[in-house]
Design a protein around this ligand. Structure first.
Ligand code: 9Z3
Length: 324
């Protein structure tokens, strides 16, 4: 391969990335998000005065949408309830991390998994004197959800940023990476969101609703540039990075996870199979694979508990390695 060809090949990803960001509809609230991030990172940075190093993890959660019209009526979605991201956020907070929770609007939220589907309608009663009170059967879970959530937010340890589309997700992720890169090895990314591999570039979308009278629909989907490897190389190169690999065919899962580990140069890949993802995951790393299981003997035990414990441990070792 001649030098020019190899240069072109090396440049291709950044060209794709530039064109993705250039053509994406700009975030409506970019300034507000940047302001919140700046404040959050400053608050969680170590300073000579407070003498502590706070670890910050960005947990991504839920699926991205791919609009099929600019004034979007129809879209392609990615499967994810957001349970993994929400539960992991709780365990990271418990372990002393501050969390940037980048989540798909409408998906599971930290501290809400024990609440019924419609908490407002199911947890509360109206008393005879028209006051609202928690129904005794839900009192404990409501109290716990409100107090733990409030403690995390008021303490400046939880910042929640919502997204819907793939365009919003990747633009906010870039803002987060820019902000936390200054924390060096104390920052972690935990990519539990299910991110679309394909999308329709914004400029190729029709403005108005697609019409069925125009006959069958042909759509050509472009590949979403691989942002994790860019984040590793350029956006936040010192951050500890955990990506996820989801497959429905268990025969290819570990090979795909090992490939992602090598290609994206992340520190670990959490391999999970769709049907068993709540019971078991396999953490794939250069040093070998580790199976992590939910403790079935304990009622309500979640696989995210031992998983986060393991990752916190590995993150500590990564920080120590550099003598931070
Ligand atoms: C995951 O694999 C997550 O563990 C799940 C969690 C989405 C399965 P739930 O939200 O499920 O609790 O319902 N996330 C990453 C999925 C993904 O899109 N990975 C990409 C891939 O597999 C790489 S970033 O190619």
């Amino acid at each position: 391969m001649d030098a020019t060809h190899s240069e072109v090949l090396q440049e291709t990803p950044s060209v794709e990335i530039k064109s993705f960001f250039d053509s994406a509809p700009p975030l409506k609230d970019a300034d507000e998000i940047s302001r919140k991030l700046k404040e959050f990172v400053e608050r969680n940075s170590s300073t000579p005065e407070n003498g502590r190093v706070t670890r910050v993890v960005c947990v991504t959660s839920g699926g991205t949408t791919v609009p099929l019209e600019q004034r979007c009526v129809r879209y392609i979605d990615n499967f994810s309830s957001g349970h993994r991201g929400a539960a992991s956020t709780e365990y990271f907070l418990k372990a002393g991390y501050s969390v940037i929770f980048l989540y798909r609007r409408g998906t599971c939220q930290p501290y809400c998994s024990s609440l019924p589907d419609d908490p407002l309608l199911e947890c509360f009663d109206i008393t005879d004197d028209s006051k609202i009170q928690v129904h005794p059967s839900h009192a404990e879970v409501v109290k716990r959800a409100i107090s733990e959530h409030r403690a995390a937010v008021v303490g400046g340890n939880l910042l929640k940023l919502p997204f819907t589309t793939i365009f919003e997700y990747l633009q906010i992720l870039q803002l987060i990476a820019d902000s936390v890169s200054k924390l060096g090895r104390s920052a972690m990314f935990y990519f539990a969101a299910a991110v679309s591999d394909f999308y329709v570039p914004w400029e190729l979308l029709t403005e108005h609703k697609l019409q069925s009278a125009s006959g069958p629909l042909d759509i050509r989907l472009a590949q979403v540039p691989k942002m994790i490897s860019v984040l590793r190389k350029a956006w936040a190169p010192m951050a500890f990075c955990i990506s996820f690999k989801l497959e429905t065919d268990s025969n290819i899962l570990l090979a795909k996870a090992a490939m992602a580990l090598k290609k994206n140069k992340v520190h670990m890949v959490v391999a999970n199979e769709l049907s068993t993802r709540k019971d078991e995951v396999i953490v794939v790393a250069k040093s070998g694979n580790i199976v992590v299981r939910r403790d079935k003997a304990q009622p309500g035990a979640e696989v995210e508990s031992p998983l986060v414990e393991l990752l916190v441990d590995r993150h500590s070792a990564y920080i120590k390695e550099a003598g931070v």
